[in-house]
Write a protein that binds this ligand. Sequence first.
Ligand code: BGC
Length: 496
Amino acid sequence: MVGLGPRKPPSRKGSMADVPKDLLDQIKRLEELFTVPKEKLKEITDHFVNELAKGLTVEGGSIPMNPTWCMGFPDGYETGTFLALDMGGTNLRVCEINLPEEKGEFDIIQSKYRMPEELKTGNAEELWDYVADCLQQFIEYHHEGEELDELPLGFTFSYPATQDYIDHGVLQRWTKGFDIEGVEGKDVVPPFEAALKERGVPIKLTALVNDTTGTLIASAYTDTDMKIGCIFGTGCNAAYMEDCGSIPKLAHLNLNPKLPMAINCEWGAFDNEHKVLPRTPYDIIIDKESPRPGQQAFEKMIAGLYLGEIFRLVLVDLHGNQDVKIFEGQDLGKLKKAYSLDASFLSSIEEDPFENLSETQDLFQNKLGITTTKPELELIAHLTKLIGTRAARLSACGVAAICKKKNITSCHVGADGSVFNKYPHFKARGAQALREIFDWTTRKDPIEILPAEDGSGVGAALISALTLKRCKEGQTAGIRDPEAMLAAAKTTTVHK
Ligand code: BGC
């Protein structure tokens, strides 16, 4: 069907005139459930600040606040050739990154491999075999017939992992719907290296990196105002630079208190004890039915993996409510399938430019086999906006909390991920929330969330380069086997 209404900018007003009372009442109820007012944003932020600090203590809290052994920002003059492996939530990407002599420059070649759905709930051996196969393919394709020394690799492993060394990491728990047996609680590096060795792939893992740390470092490579790296994608999280003296749980190592240390916050776990976040009944269902109930409370209200599911749960609930007439007499078989809608479905609804929401109508018809009335479409549009706005506003609380904790009053925040890059109005709504949290009245916002450089590729390469450089200079804190690391350094040029 072709939209009949005039093309309008995305801020359609909508008309409630013909919406019957039962649906109007529900729209009101949903507004109350999903709106996070300014005062609540401030309350969440303040609690967040305390929880960030608690995560750094020996006793710990719900937010893991993992030290990453990435100990400093790049100066723009890092050089060398590095491989990067990005194991995110959806794809697997292998990159080769060349950092040339020119300040802040990089060249990258890359191949993407789809992460097969069944792998996400399979077993550890299949996972590492698949990952090693992808790396092998990449090297065979790009370096056919070449005699290779071991290539240094930065492995972006975007899950919570504790690290005693930069080249290892014990997975705390799977997130983003992954549920692979036999990996949690173990160091992920040995089985990964074993799979490479079995295939004779000439790679030396130099750094295990979180995507947020990669984002922080890659963004700081080209913009020295970048102080925080964030991912708003399938999952959500942030990293920032702490000083070792402010990390009580590292005190036993007697590190120089002034040394910098990037912290992977793993803030998806914020408020796992449900003290402050305004959870709705739908958030509670999401949590209960996830593979890890009780975990990632904040992430489950914000991240791309869950936005479509929240929306779906609301609609199914309304349909089952006898007092509400919605999608009456229709087969809701498709809508009733868990996780059948992803965040891009919501993006399309928010992008519907037509006053009569005809694109949304087509979407429901084609994807779900549901015929919608005008009032139903109004409710759908409202609900989508509420879910998207809540996600952006809650995300801002995390950014504000890091800034408050570190007394940062002005900076750039580098952000990446499908929700940040593709979800309509996410950036503007997040910026508005920051203004409310900090009561800014200035024309230019002092703290701005901007699109980041490629953290999982370039960031991982830079962290490898920084680690090798540190190793060469004899600063071997958090490096398991400095000699082996230096051997890898021989194959690449590190820093002028
Ligand atoms: C993971 C983090 C990651 C984030 C974004 C979360 O689910 O726990 O490690 O940074 O997703 O990818």
